[in-house]
Write a protein that binds this ligand. Sequence first.
Ligand code: BDR
Ligand code: CA
Length: 307
Amino acid sequence: MRKIIIDTDIGVDDAFALRYGSLLFDLIGITTVDGNVPVDMATKNAKFFCKIYKKNIKVYKGASRPLSIKPTPPSFDIHGSDGLGQAYENPCDAKADNAVNFIIESVKRAPGEITVIAIGPLTNIAMVLNLYPDFAKEVKELIIMGGAFGTHGHTGNMSNFAEFNVFKDPNAADLVLSSSTPITIVPLDVTNEVQITADEIQKTHDDFLINISKFYLDFSIKQKGFNGMAVHDALTIAYLKNPDNFKVIKKPCRVITDGIAAGQTVIPLSAAPSSNNCFKDLTAHKICIDVNVDAVKQGLLETLTLV
Ligand code: BDR
Ligand code: CA
């Protein structure tokens, strides 16, 4: 069974990804990062997730702030003031070993075997690459939820240009995407297309997911008048389960790190020669630009329901 590590800023859709991933793959550890919630809260939430589902999976704590920009506020408005929809009293603490060391040691111990799934800002992964550049050749694959490339009009959810995870730490994202790591990007282009309704969540009979989703669904009703939500992060697991459900292009990708487009993911739009080619010699990554919505939804809901 494929060994995975999930690197997360655990909010509501992260919990869907953790559940889906832990049912399908060998989840050998959960690492946390500042993003939807501060890293201590993410660590507590990840431990709570393991407690609820009686999973003996160790949680590791990572970066508490972006690499170099000033930290931006958490997303309590969408995920609730505890990141998990304010549905439970969380009794867990935030004590944990170091996430960056755990990722490095895991990949060193089993080169070519570990898939890392990054569903928060890329700060931890950038730190891993800085400390241990061989991560790029020793990790089996790095699957990232992040970015937006404009398909179906999906250009950003934090600004006109930027998706949340990339916006939160654009320097980390640029460092990671400029590396030779084998990367698949699962951006808003596909995650925004797969909307799960409140009824569909209810039908899973998964009380934890049902309860934590209510706050997020209320936000969606207020914002869009729609009783449903995109479970962005869970699409990384859907991709790993069945990549054929996604249309993929292969391009090098970089990130605008400041100015009005800070956090924008950019790819070369033409082959026109440039004396100042910022993509020169960079690895082409797989970028998902379209998705078989019905197949992905069915796969997710079936797996969550069949427990
Ligand atoms: C991403 O932003 C976060 O709020 C979600 O958890 C997801 O990782 C979507 O843009
Ligand atoms: Ca996330």
